[in-house]
Design a protein. Structure first.
Lengths: 316, 169
């Protein structure tokens, strides 16, 4: 559709856009639409479609799904919109856990004083997702369920022991981050299961943290990025956790680098050694038109070093 | 075959009820169902920002929102900014005119709607905050410098307007 062919529209209702035969105002392939009012109803619909062999997809904020629909990369027969289910967009504290409803927007997480104060790493990661317009509609749960290997949340989930709560026909289950992310764009959620909640442990006082990534343009998905949390015990590195994203089919922990730093002094030398070890230990990174495997490995090395330094500076 | 959905959307204060195909985007709903052509479409996959409208006060990509998702929502488009009684441009629009914040004008509705949300949240943004907020909108003409100037001027005038309104009241 070329905007050049459209007559100018001066005032509300004044212009009439002529749709010619060559224009199509519909981009996505046809699908049926359901907007259930409860999670139970959504699960029942998913179950029904699964048994009928109908390809049904869940629609949350749509900020990843809609481009795929518009380009017809995804052609589901049915969309089940969770947007009409009340009570799925809360952000609240339950003791030392911050509970975020799956349909809470990233903007809500960004604006939440609770998230900012008690889980600053998750807050910083949220601000790296897309642009403000995307965060205004994109949901926290949607990002987890989408399981993009270049997304920030899965890496944060791995180092912060974030848990996912999902509801299916057999009831509710809680899933650890390690089990949740399976491979490219694939979580362990069953076909008739709905992610309802993301549960973040509040960050322990004194924990240092850092998240850094490289994107070609502001707001793009990362070519590669690194998340670090660490603590200091008697001035030495303790409980160092490092995860890389954008390099393998899921975010990965760099356990060799973590182990190398345990009980070591937080020096630039030690960090450089651990960063090299972490990058080396990576399985063959993704290679594509944007970056070769070697370049991604190099990015992980550089960001691991920088993240360790930043996290150490923040740790008390 | 897909079942059409009865969808009620309030656009610029006016309520519209339409039977729409679920796959119709909000952008195309505005343009083809409501004949509001001010919301432009560029990339149609969420990169260029030209289709930005406010949905319940939040700047959103109307190409990445289905019309059915906006059921029950309040939508503001560029057509809703001009003062209906006087016909005067909104201060943000006027600032873009005065500071040459546009050349071809194709991206302008998106920039202005994004600015509208920004200045509502933050009446006195720093340059860094303006740049960050506008990061989701692409312009191929201006080099952005005049857009930044436009937003600064709009912020200044809106702040002044508010002050004046307060003192006269």
């Amino acid at each position: 559709m070329s905007p050049g062919r459209l007559p100018a529209c001066e005032n509300p209702g004044a212009g009439r856009i002529q749709v010619t035969d060559r224009d199509t105002k519909l981009k996505a392939a046809p699908f049926d639409y359901h907007a259930p009012q409860t999670v139970e109803a959504a699960v029942a619909l998913l179950q029904q479609f699964e048994s009928e062999g109908v390809d049904a997809k869940i629609l949350a904020g749509g900020q990843s799904l809609m481009p795929m629909l518009n380009m017809r990369v995804a052609r589901p027969q049915v969309l089940i919109d969770l947007g009409k289910i009340p009570g799925l967009d809360h952000i609240r504290a339950e003791g030392d856990t911050i509970v975020i409803g799956a349909m809470a927007t990233k903007r809500a997480a960004e604006d939440s004083a609770l998230v900012k104060e008690r889980q600053p790493l998750f807050h910083a990661a949220t601000r790296l997702v897309g642009h403000r317009q995307i965060r205004n509609r994109g949901t926290v749960g949607g990002s987890f369920a989408h399981a993009d290997p270049a997304a920030e949340y899965p890496a944060v989930a791995l180092v912060q022991d974030i848990q996912m709560k999902a509801q299916g026909s057999d009831g509710v289950r809680t899933i650890t981050a390690k089990d949740f992310f399976v491979t490219y764009m694939t979580s362990c959620l069953e076909a008739a299961e709905v992610l309802t909640e993301v549960r973040l442990p509040a960050m322990a006082a004194g924990t240092g943290w850092s998240i850094q990534e490289f994107t070609k343009r502001d707001g793009d998905l990362a070519l590669a990025g690194v998340v670090v949390t660490l603590r200091k015990a008697k001035g030495l590195c303790d409980d160092v956790r490092i995860a890389a994203f954008g390099v393998n089919p899921t975010a990965v922990r760099l356990s060799a680098a973590e182990a190398a730093l345990q009980g070591q002094a937080p020096t630039a030398e030690n960090f450089a050694r651990a960063a090299a070890l972490g990058a080396e230990s990576l399985e063959e990174p993704i290679g594509d038109v944007h970056a070769s495997p070697d370049y991604r490995r190099q990015l992980v090395k550089v960001f691991t070093g920088r993240c360790l330094a930043e996290a150490a500076a923040r740790a008390t | 075959m897909t079942t059409k959905q009865l969808t009620t959307v309030t656009v610029n204060g006016r309520v519209y009820k339409r039977e729409v195909e679920p796959r119709l985007t909000l952008a195309d709903f505005l343009r083809y169902e409501l004949h509001l052509g001010g919301t432009h479409l560029g990339c149609e996959h969420g990169v260029c920002g030209v289709c930005t409208v406010l949905i319940d006060g939040r700047a959103s990509r109307s190409c990445l929102t289905l019309a059915v998702q906006a059921d029950g929502a309040q939508v503001t488009t560029i057509e809703g900014l001009r003062n209906r009684e006087t016909g005067q441009l909104h201060p943000i629009q006027q600032a873009f005119v005065d500071e040459h914040g546009l050349q071809c004008g194709f991206c302008t509705p998106g920039f202005i709607m994004t600015t509208l949300e920004l200045l509502g949240d933050n009446p006195d943004p720093s340059d860094a905050e303006i740049t960050e907020a506008l990061g989701g909108n692409l312009c191929r003409c201006t080099g952005y410098e005049t857009i930044l100037k436009s937003v600064r001027l709009a912020a200044e005038r809106l702040r002044g307007g508010r002050l004046a309104a307060r003192t006269s009241a």
